[in-house]
Write a protein that binds this ligand. Structure first.
Ligand code: NAD
Length: 445
């Protein structure tokens, strides 16, 4: 099948590469010439495990190519995926300018039947706006070319995006056009050979499904984070509580980890957008408002712990920071907790040496020449001269450190762990102070 993907970011590039892997002829479009240049030169503009191999294989086979030429992209695919960003607008709603610009381009240039697929996360009612934008452009030039609009939200996780796309839990298709549904079924058939995973529903339900999924996941995190704060006060251990409740199949073990707040390009903006959608309809989403407020507070929890130990004035204090990305296996820094932690530490006069396996370049782009921030080329190198170690992202390489070395290197042998990576007994046995999230039994009083 001939497929065009508009927007070659985390979602668009993975979608394009994985569809090419199944034998489709895919052209990925982006307005960012730099991104397209990197891809054309054989590079990958983002860090996503396994993506480089899939891209290289399919480029070589002639099934995957890249362009900045809008007309070429519109002419190419019968199926036109829109996978551009939908960042939060000032009022919290999803900014649809990129989605609608992509839709207008399709309407302006198409000459034959197109299935326009909204893969970006978009509020309920966006498919209608996309339909209007395409129809408006067709009407302007008196074209009667036919098209359908489909909602096909994406559920992949950054850091495991290729695996998630190749082996999806479900593929949601919101559509009312029979021909479009048939095409979508054919396109996704290779991804669900052992059992049917395609769920066809009406367009609005599909649009809401994506927000409902992210809102539920964010709720689980904020719920556990609030309980963790309580556990600390009560002398209980949230990790034991997690195991205790997760074994109930109605609750389940996944996504129940307390930590230092959720970030990334999806949960924060999608929670905000759903709250705004509801308020536009005159409904207050009380639970989600609390989820958001709890997360804002949780992003400060590491700073609170640092201040408790070292005081409000951190002039002359130096911290080692392990992990910058909003989660492991990605270089994505959007809404990352590390950004809040760094800003708060700098505000109080502290300096930091950070280490992250892949997100240091992106951090440098964000923080520029910030003199209070240095980078190390290994976790141990980051410890040199530091008063304490602060852990923000749960990268695998942080999971079994040499505690003796950490104790010998830090000025105050303290680990402040935002991801509950260690057994507090082991850390204590090594002679280190350990302050993690919700581990009340082990917090140094
Ligand atoms: N990142 C994720 O994990 C994830 C998961 C599921 C859904 N989503 C949703 O998918 C959408 C895309 O997210 P992302 O993380 O891939 O964003 P991204 O910022 O990585 O990529 C978006 C790309 O679109 C390009 N673009 C913007 N306007 C364009 C236009 N008119 N024509 C062509 N290209 C254009 C940008 O240059 C950028 O490269 C968002 O709605 C997001 O909420 C993201």
């Amino acid at each position: 099948m001939k497929v065009s993907v508009v927007g070659t970011g985390y979602v668009g590039l993975v979608t394009g590469a994985c569809l090419a892997e199944m034998g489709n002829d895919v052209l990925c479009l982006d307005v960012d010439p730099n991104k397209i240049r990197i891809l054309e030169e054989g590079g990958i503009p983002i860090h996503e495990p396994g993506l480089d191999l899939v891209v290289a294989r399919n480029v070589k086979a002639g099934r995957l190519s890249f362009t900045t030429d809008v007309a070429k992209a519109v002419a190419h695919g019968t199926i036109q995926f829109i996978a551009v960003g939908t960042p939060p607008d000032e009022d919290g709603s999803a900014d649809l300018q990129y989605v609608l610009a992509a839709a207008r381009n399709i309407g302006r240039l198409m000459t034959d039947y197109k299935v326009v697929v909204d893969k970006s996360t978009v509020p309920v009612g966006t498919a209608d706006k996309v339909r209007e934008a395409v129809a408006d452009e067709l009407a302007k030039r008196g074209s009667d070319a036919k098209f359908a609009v489909v909602s096909n939200p994406e559920f992949l996780k950054e850091g495991a995006a290729v695996d998630d796309f190749m082996r999806p839990d479900r593929i949601v298709v919101g559509a009312d056009d029979e021909q479009a549904i048939l095409l979508m079924r054919a396109l996704y058939a290779p991804f669900q050979r052992n059992h049917e995973r395609l769920v066809v529903m009406d367009v609005r339900s599909a649009e809401l499904t994506k927000y409902a999924a992210n809102a539920m996941l964010a709720t689980r995190i904020s719920f556990m984070n609030e309980l963790a704060l309580l556990a600390e006060k009560m002398g209980a251990d949230i990790e034991q509580v997690r195991v205790g409740i997760g074994s109930d199949p109605r609750i389940g073990t996944h996504f129940l980890y307390a930590g230092c707040g959720y970030g990334g390009s999806c949960f924060p903006k999608d929670v905000k957008a759903l709250i705004k959608t509801a308020s536009d309809e005159g409904q207050e989403l009380k639970v989600l408002k609390a989820v958001e407020a709890a997360n804002d507070r949780q992003k400060l929890v590491l700073v609170d712990k640092i201040v408790k130990r070292f005081g409000e004035d951190l002039q002359g204090k130096h911290f080692a920071l392990w992990g910058l990305a909003f989660k492991p296996n990605t270089d994505d820094m959007r809404e990352a907790t590390s950004r809040v932690v760094l800003a708060e530490l700098f505000k109080r006069g502290a300096t930091v040496t950070a280490y992250d396996p892949v997100a240091m370049t992106e951090t440098q782009r964000i923080f520029g020449d910030e003199p209070r921030l240095k980078y190390a080329d290994s976790p141990n190198a980051a410890l040199e001269g530091a008063d304490a170690l602060v852990i923000v992202t749960e990268w695998k390489e942080f999971r079994s450190p040499d505690f003796d070395r950490i104790k010998a290197t830090l000025k105050t042998p303290t680990i402040i762990d935002g991801r509950n990576l260690y057994d507090p007994r082991l850390v204590a046995a090594a002679g280190l102070d350990y302050d993690a999230i919700g581990r009340g039994l082990n917090v140094a009083k």
